[in-house]
Design a protein around this ligand. Sequence first.
Ligand code: MG
Length: 379
Amino acid sequence: MKRLVILGATGSVGRSALAVVRRHPGRFRVVGLAAGRSVAALAALAAEFRPTRVALADRAALDGRPELRAAGWRTGPDGVAELAAFPSADIVVNAIVGAAGLRHTIAALEAGKRCALANKESLVAAGEIVLDAARRGGGELVPVDSEHSAILQCIGEARPDEVRRIILTASGGPFRDLDAAAMVGVDAGMALRHPTWEMGAKITIDSATLANKALEVIEAHFLYGLPYDRIDVVVHPTSIVHSFVEFVDGSVLAQMGEPNMELPILHALSWPRRPPDRALCTFDPLRSSPLTFEPVDTERFPLFGLGVEAGRTGGAAPAVFNAANEVAVKAFLEGRVSFRRMAGVVSGALDALGGRTADSLKEILEVDAAARRHAASLV
Ligand code: MG
């Protein structure tokens, strides 16, 4: 029996994780749940899963709910951080959106937990610091991101020097076929209609701009210790092949399945074992064919190139890219910048701040805040 804490329990990945737990009651038990501000949804989950501890990041969200305070609910970022290092948990699922999840990834790893990581921004903003927290605390980082789960499954027992390159797949998002002129007029409603994956708003916009794939290249760099010239990306519109690994002997392995986050979540909770689960749709070669692949169009999706370049630059650049992108996405969702202007906001922040170094968590948090201010001024 593995005891789980789920951070971001009311979001898309959190709800998928709880769906997995419902099907495997003898395998997983929820001991902690945390959310941002969705009080009613979190209260319903707490009543169903009966965790030992519940936390809500937004302090004001409990106003008018004295019974939840009386039940021991914690509030504020420190309440959530406490849950990330909860002594009776084995696995912390970090499904918080954005750099706000960074401190919880570090807390879980320092406390020696398995961190099932959906919060890719942790590794993008502070990859070396996160890896160091795992080394110091004895924690273990296992990806929930479907592409990185695929890579983990394909790599198996191979050593890093036996991997020639990894090839991440990208769906291409809803604007894969739109020409540059038509992309000027797209709005948030259009960008939120993802062709293959059902996800939260932030990652759905990141998938439409391909910023998500740049974040995933950086995530893969840190998870698998590969230099950027050994990480490639191809567009694969049906999202059946979740990624490829090419080995030094020329063999290429792929992991396949219907696009559904429950499979990579189950894998992150169970790895290296595979529990039976009949509810998850498997790959059917006849129904899924043809599988097609095409190159990324970096002209139409400039955030992809900006993000990968930030990864190559290193130092503060990935944290600046991530923070400015979060600001740009929020502004786009609120109708304050156009789809194409998001890249301008991010590149402006990178020009101003991307050359800085940031070796400590304190410096990362400072540069994150500075990048948010700069990006907001450009919005
Ligand atoms: Mg992904």
